[in-house]
Ligand binder design. Structure first.
Ligand code: A2P
Length: 273
């Protein structure tokens, strides 16, 4: 077994591959198509996209052309952060669904609790409205699981206080030195799987000498230690790369960090300085 073929089990019993392939900032067209095709050839079976990435069509085409049976691939997409109204949520899902052209979506997330231009503003009512749309999509079998992204504890509490289905996932920015302890503990206590985007701090952690020291002890790269660290914490890593050798390297993480090394990494701060 490897992280590519092992699963976490969501609170609704849906299985999700432990390592996903992120596609944020990968341009639509050949870049996304080729990266996703490479990832699938290397054994990745979990692809993460979003309406806002504007690359869903290329993700869908790569999955269809791979010939891999649909049920063996896990596809996540996200409702744009700016959509906070029920009708628009239903319409936007239909756009994503037809761009992907893969039948059902495996996981559908609210991209953020607020529009990106108004970070921190209270959009509780809007989140409840779009969540109702997501619950209906879930009930209808259009999506196999539903969740949120970039939600903190207060955002989660206000959503779950007034809605029927608890989010099954919260996808947040998560890497060594940025472990979002309060949100992570809350999610763990409430059976919400944490997914970590930017596990390499979008590349900014790769020159960190302390992480490098650990990596050298294992004969691994800094990227591999960063990704492995999330797995040791039961956080689902979503590394991304457009470079085939790195896409392979990022999946070669079936080693175990010693508890004392995990503790050392736990204590690091300013890892991107
Ligand atoms: P590239 O796409 O040119 O390979 P994150 O997943 O934290 O968002 O980080 C993504 C960034 O890190 C991208 O710029 C990607 O560059 C780079 N990257 C991904 N994997 C590796 C790796 N194994 N070694 C070095 N850089 C990597």
């Amino acid at each position: 077994m490897s992280s590519l073929t092992e699963y976490f089990t969501l609170s609704n019993d849906v299985q999700i591959h432990k390592l996903g392939f992120g596609t944020w900032q990968i341009p639509d067209g050949d870049d996304t198509y080729n990266s996703v095709t490479t990832a699938l050839k290397l054994g990745y079976r979990h692809i993460d996209t979003a309406r806002a990435y504007e690359n869903e069509a290329s993700v869908g085409r790569a999955v269809r052309d791979s010939g891999i049976p649909r049920e063996e691939v896990f596809i996540t997409t996200k409702l744009p952060a700016e959509v906070k109204d029920y009708d628009q949520a239903r319409a936007t899902f239909e756009e994503s669904s037809s761009l992907l052209d893969l039948g059902h979506v495996d996981l559908y997330l609210i991209h953020a609790p607020w529009p990106w231009a108004e970070q921190g503003k209270d959009y509780s009512e809007g989140n409840i409205a779009v969540w109702t749309a997501m619950e209906e999509l879930y009930d209808a079998g259009r999506v196999r699981s539903i969740g949120v992204s970039n939600f903190n504890v207060a955002d989660l509490e206000s959503l779950t206080a007034s809605t029927r289905i608890r989010p099954q996932v919260n996808q947040i920015r998560w890497f060594i030195g940025n472990t979002q302890d309060e949100t992570t503990a809350y999610c763990e206590a409430n059976d919400i799987l944490v997914e970590g985007y930017s596990p390499l701090a979008t590349g900014a952690i790769l020159d960190n000498p302390q992480v490098r020291k650990i990596a050298e002890q294992y004969g691994k790269t800094v990227a591999q230690v960063c990704i492995r660290y999330l797995l040791e914490k039961d956080v689902l890593p979503l590394p991304k790369s457009t470079t085939p050798s790195r896409i392979a390297e990022n999946a070669d993480v079936d080693f175990v960090l010693k508890p004392e090394d995990v503790t050392f990494l736990d204590g690091l701060t300013d890892t991107t300085a």
